[in-house]
Write a protein that binds this ligand. Structure first.
Ligand code: ZN
Length: 535
C-alpha cells in the first residue's frame, strides 16, 4: 500500500516530522531510560513507538538516526526489592548508577547489567537503536559548555521551573548536581557556589569534604533531568521524541523542557504522548522499584517477536491497553494469524481492512517482509500437538512436516512451540492441560459407554487410515451417539465423551475429540481402547 497516505499513527507521525522539520539529510529520533533497575515492559512502549516512526520514515526513503539514551550517570537513589546483595548495594546509595557494582557479578556495573539485558531483548524484536551512555558523555566532558550555559542562566531556569511549582526552589538551588570527589555521592545540593566562569566550589553534606572543581576538566558534574533533557535535544539535534503520561502533564518535565530548551539555543522536538500498557492475567504491576516486574523478555516467552510488535502496531499510541497472559493468548494468536492471512491475500476482506492489515503487518515484521505467506500452526492446536507428544518439540514437528517449507517457517514453528510450552506450563487454565495416558488406566463403565466405545473401536480399526478430515470422524461419532439415543432419549452425549477422555487423558474433558483422536494416531488410540473389556 502507499505509506504516504496510510492513516496509521506511525505514518501520520512520520509525515508530521517531515512537514515540521522540512527536508533533512537525516532525521534524529530519541528515546531513553534510567537503568535504575530492571527495565520493565511498560518502558518498552516508548522504544517501540520510536522504532515504528523510524520505520515509517525509512519507508519514505528518509535517513534516520535512532539513538537510545541510557541515563546511567543518574544517582542510585533506591534499591529495588528484586535485587540480590541488598546490603552491599546500600553502600552505593547516592553514587552514580554507573559506579555501582553489578549485584549479579556479570557486568562491569549495575547500570551495564540492566542496559545489556534490555538491549539484548530489543534486538530480538528487531530494534537496534544507537546507544548513548550518558555517564561516558558527562565523564568525558562532552557537555562542559552546556553545563556552563545552565549555570550562567541559573535564574532564568529557576523562573521557568518555579512557574510550575507550589514551593519555589531554594535560593541555594543550582541547575547541576555534583558528585563529591571524596565519597562519590551527590549530596552537595545546598552548598554549591559558581564563580561565573569555570569554577565551582562545594561542600559535601555527607562527608563534609570541601572541594573546588574546574568545569573544563571535571567529570563530576551533571545536569538534573529537567535541564538535562532539553540540553540533549539541542546537543543531539533531536527531531522527535515521545514521552509517557508522567512527563506529559502540565508542569511535567516536557512542558518545562520546552521552555528551558531556548537557553541552549534550540527548540523542542516533535512530541507524542503514549499511554500505559499493562499485563492481564498472572502478572504484577509494572514498576522497577517493586519486586514484581514484567520485562520484554517475559512477554517474549508467551508471544513471538512479530506478535509483540503487531500488538503495539495495532493500537494507536494514545490508547491504553493490556497484553494478556491468560486464556486470551489464544485469541491474540488467532487475531494475528487472521491479519497475516489478510496481509498476504490468503483470506479475503474488504479493501480498507486489508490495507490496514498490510500496513500493521509491515510494521510488525522481524527481519523483513517474508517472501510468501508463512506457516501458521494454530496456537490452540499446537498446544494439543505438543502435549500429545509429551512436550517434545522435535516429535511435534513430525505432525507438521508437510507444512514447514523454509527457514522462516522453521523459526515460526520453534518460536511458537516454545511459547506454547511455556504458556501451558505457567499460565494455561487447568482444564487446558493434559498428558496422554501411557497405558490403559483402571476404569468403571456402564453398558451404554461400553457399546459406544466398542462401536468407535471397531470403526477406527477398520477405517482410521481412510478418514479424510476431522469432520468425517466427528460425524461418525455423532452417528454412534444418535443410534444410542434412539434407544434412550435421556442419554447425554457428555456421558459418552467423558469416558473417552478418561481413557485418553484421565480427565473429564479435553480437546475436541475428532481432531484429538486423529492427532493421537491409530496405534496409540487402539492400544488405549484395547485395555477394556467392551463386550
Ligand atoms: Zn562526600
Amino acid at each position: 500500500m502507499n505509506q504516504q497516505i496510510s492513516n496509521h499513527w506511525a505514518d501520520i507521525t512520520a509525515n508530521r516530522i517531515i512537514k515540521e522539520c522540512g527536508e533533512k539529510e537525516i532525521y534524529t529520533l530519541a528515546s531513553g531510560i534510567t537503568p535504575s533497575g530492571v527495565v520493565h515492559f511498560g518502558n518498552f512502549r516508548e522504544t517501540i513507538t520510536v522504532d515504528m516512526v523510524a520505520r515509517a520514515l525509512r519507508d519514505r526513503g528518509k535517513k534516520v538516526r535512532f539513538f537510545f539514551s541510557w541515563d546511567d550517570y543518574d544517582t542510585f537513589r533506591k534499591i529495588p526489592k528484586n535485587m540480590p546483595k541488598q546490603e552491599e548495594l546500600t553502600k552505593y546509595l547516592f553514587h552514580p548508577i554507573v559506579d555501582t557494582p553489578d549485584p549479579f557479578g556479570r557486568d562491569e556495573s549495575y547500570a551495564a547489567h540492566h542496559e545489556k539485558n534490555y538491549e539484548g531483548q530489543l534486538h530480538r524484536v528487531d530494534i537496534y537503536p544507537e546507544p548513548i551512555y550518558q555517564a561516558e558523555k558527562y565523564k568525558n566532558g562532552h557537555y562542559k559548555e552546556e553545563i556552563k550555559k545552565a549555570l550562567k542562566n541559573r535564574d532564568a531556569i529557576v523562573t521557568i521551573l518555579n512557574k510550575h511549582r507550589t514551593e519555589p526552589l531554594a535560593d541555594s538551588w543550582m541547575p547541576i548536581s555534583v558528585y563529591c570527589e571524596k565519597c562519590n555521592r551527590d549530596k552537595t545540593d545546598s552548598n554549591v557556589k559558581y564563580d561565573g566562569d569555570h569554577h565551582l566550589s562545594y561542600t559535601c553534606d555527607l562527608c563534609n569534604h570541601q572541594g573546588t572543581l574546574d568545569l573544563n576538566t571535571t567529570s563530576l558534574v551533571k545536569l538534573p533531568w529537567r535541564v538535562d533533557w532539553p540540553m540533549r535535544w539541542v546537543y543531539e539535534k533531536v527531531d522527535f521524541e515521545p514521552g509517557g503520561k508522567d512527563h506529559s502533564s502540565e508542569g511535567g518535565s516536557f512542558s518545562t523542557a520546552k521552555e528551558i530548551v531556548n537557553i541552549f539555543g534550540g527548540k523542542a522536538p516533535l512530541y507524542l504522548q503514549y499511554e500505559f500498557v499493562s499485563i492481564k492475567g498472572g502478572a504484577g504491576k509494572m514498576s522497577s522499584s517493586s519486586g514484581e516486574v514484567v520485562t520484554l523478555e517475559d512477554v517474549l516467552k508467551i508471544y513471538e517477536p512479530e506478535i509483540i510488535r503487531w500488538i503495539f502496531a495495532s493500537y494507536r499510541s494514545n490508547v491504553e491497553f493490556s497484553i494478556s497472559f491468560d486464556l486470551d493468548v489464544l485469541k491474540t494468536y488467532e487475531d494475528f494469524d487472521r491479519q497475516e492471512r489478510l496481509a498476504f491475500g490468503v483470506e479475503a476482506g474488504n479493501e480498507g481492512k486489508v490495507a490496514i492489515a498490510k500496513r500493521v503487518y509491515q510494521l510488525s515484521t522481524v527481519g523483513g517482509m517474508p517472501d510468501s505467506m508463512p506457516f501458521q500452526p494454530s496456537f490452540r492446536h499446537l498446544c494439543n500437538v505438543l502435549q500429545t507428544n509429551d512436550g517434545n518439540i522435535e516429535k511435534a514437528k513430525e505432525f507438521y512436516k508437510d507444512e514447514i517449507k523454509n527457514e522462516r517457517d522453521q523459526r515460526r514453528f520453534l518460536e511458537r512451540s516454545n511459547c506454547a510450552l511455556y504458556w501451558i506450563e505457567n499460565y494455561a487454565p487447568e482444564d487446558f492441560k493434559f498428558s496422554l495416558n501411557k497405558t490403559p488406566v483402571p476404569l468403571e463403565m456402564d453398558e451404554t459407554q461400553k457399546i459406544f466405545l466398542s462401536k468407535l473401536k471397531g470403526y477406527l480399526t477398520e477405517h482410521f487410515d481412510k478418514i479424510k478430515d476431522d469432520k468425517e470422524l466427528h460425524e461418525k461419532i455423532y452417528e454412534f451417539i444418535n443410534e444410542l439415543k434412539a434407544k434412550d432419549e435421556s442419554l447425554d452425549p457428555g456421558h459418552l465423551f467423558s469416558i473417552l477422555y478418561k481413557i485418553l487423558i484421565s480427565k473429564e474433558k479435553g480437546p475436541k475429540l475428532a481432531s484429538f483422536i486423529r492427532l493421537i494416531g491409530k496405534n496409540k488410540v487402539l492400544e488405549l481402547l484395547s485395555g477394556y473389556d467392551l463386550n
